[in-house]
Design a protein around this ligand. Structure first.
Ligand SMILES: [Mn+2]
Length: 424
């Protein structure tokens, strides 16, 4: 589907009067809002290729129809999201699910759609057809050197695929761990994993980063070999300056203080990237901001504060990615909702009066510190986010336009009702 600038402008014309009315209260404080709008325009959130199809659980999967059956179709879907919101200008690929067959064609298509390739993801949590060794008992931690070799080589192959597409980072998430007490020698598993990661690290091009993603539990339920931010930080520190920790919001034990984790990692210069999602219980992979929007805001509050303290570029210096997928919504509508929730939290964090907050902290004025944060959180910044979209050439209401155009119905007609996105 070709969402031309004219089509989007026509759609926006119908919403413009209402938008101007909601934006009016902000025009009195232009000095404060202009930089926020510009930062919102610059801020791009990568869409993971695996979120374009309906996710599933181990109990079942309910395809919504019209899912992308090839890398080309996945790029088309992200290109459409980006045309709608001008904030999804990147895609994060998963190897082997998304191995490009014609690299030049893929690069050209991405360029045409205004997309770049964010971190590439390796997969040693499944066995692939024809693979000689099994990952049943782990990959980089495995007791058998042959399994470790295969997993290391796979990660290096993922780097090479990423290089051909212009990606600059590898994300390693390991399902390695153990399900029962006694199964694993923790110290040896750590040492083997570190040595394996070291070989992958050595294969990184000079301008690449490796993100070490952690997860508290699942699929292993007794121990995970990269189970928390401390272990990830330890691996990343020992690996070297190109290695960073990646925070996936759903990968913590319940009630973990993620904003504090983010603050400390940023302080140490070891936060590399983000996987946004939301959860009620565990790794629920729900829409960003759908369950705990205040937590999302508090995380962005630390991100903005910590990045500014290190003079980092908000848009480019960290990897911003969504990692969500579930069973019940249209995946594309869900992604539009996630991107907007992230933008709202980011805009609110940019509006925090940091001098006043520091002053309140200095004076141990707990009430005032809380008031400052909650006042911003309770402010409706949606008009600012919409204004950023308008200026960037996006739809004022991306979800509204998506529905008005019957995009899903057209994708079903084009691709069929029973397609399943590769890898799902
Ligand atoms: Mn993740």
């Amino acid at each position: 589907m070709n969402l031309t600038p004219d089509l989007i402008a026509d759609y926006n014309d119908g919403l413009l009067a209402r938008h101007r009315r909601t934006l009016a209260p902000w025009t009195d404080s232009l000095e404060q809002t202009e930089p926020v709008i510009q930062k919102l325009i610059d801020f791009q959130i990568a869409i993971p290729s695996w979120a374009l199809g309906t996710g599933g659980t181990r109990f079942g999967r309910f395809s919504g129809g019209g899912e992308p059956g090839s890398l080309t179709e996945k790029l088309d879907d992200v290109g459409m999201l980006h045309a709608l919101n001008r904030s999804s200008g990147a895609i994060s690929l998963h190897i082997p699910w998304d191995i490009p067959t014609d690299v030049n064609a893929v690069r050209q298509q991405a360029e045409r759609l205004g997309l770049r390739f964010d971190a590439v993801n390796s997969n040693t949590f499944q066995d692939q057809t024809g693979q000689s060794e099994s990952y049943k008992f782990g990959s980089l931690q495995h007791t058998d050197g042959g399994v470790r070799r295969q997993a290391i080589d796979h990660n290096i192959e993922v780097i090479r695929h990423g290089e051909t597409l212009g990606s600059k980072a590898l994300t390693v998430w390991l399902s390695d761990g153990s399900c029962f007490p006694g199964q694993l020698n923790f110290r040896q598993a750590f040492a083997r994993t570190l040595a394996s990661l070291g070989e992958i690290y050595d294969a990184l091009p000079a301008d690449w980063k490796v993100y070490v993603e952690y997860k508290a539990f699942e699929p292993n339920f007794y121990s995970m070999t990269v189970g928390d931010w401390g272990s990830s930080y330890l691996y990343a520190s020992k690996l070297g300056p190109k290695a960073y920790t990646l925070v996936d919001l759903g990968h913590h034990l319940p009630n973990a203080n993620i904003e504090q984790i983010v603050a400390i990692l940023l302080h140490e210069g070891k936060l590399g990237g983000f996987h946004f999602n939301d959860s009620k219980y565990g790794d629920d992979d729900l829409t960003a901001g759908s369950i705990k929007p205040y937590q999302l805001f508090l995380i962005f509050n630390e991100l903005v504060d910590g990045m500014d303290a290190r003079q980092m570029n908000h848009a480019n210096d960290l990897g911003w990615m969504i990692d969500a997928s579930h069973n019940v919504k249209d995946p594309l509508e869900d992604l539009l909702q996630s991107v907007e929730a992230i933008q709202i939290a980011y805009a609110q964090a940019l509006l925090v009066d940091r001098a006043a907050l520091e002053d309140a902290r200095q004076n141990n004025d707990v009430v005032q510190a809380q008031e400052i944060l909650q006042d911003v959180f309770r402010t409706d910044v949606r008009p600012l986010v919409a204004e950023a979209r308008l200026r960037a050439g996006a739809a004022l209401d991306p979800l509204g336009l998506f529905r008005q155009l019957d995009v899903r119905e057209k994708l079903i007609q084009e691709r069929g009702a029973k397609t399943i996105a590769t890898g799902l």
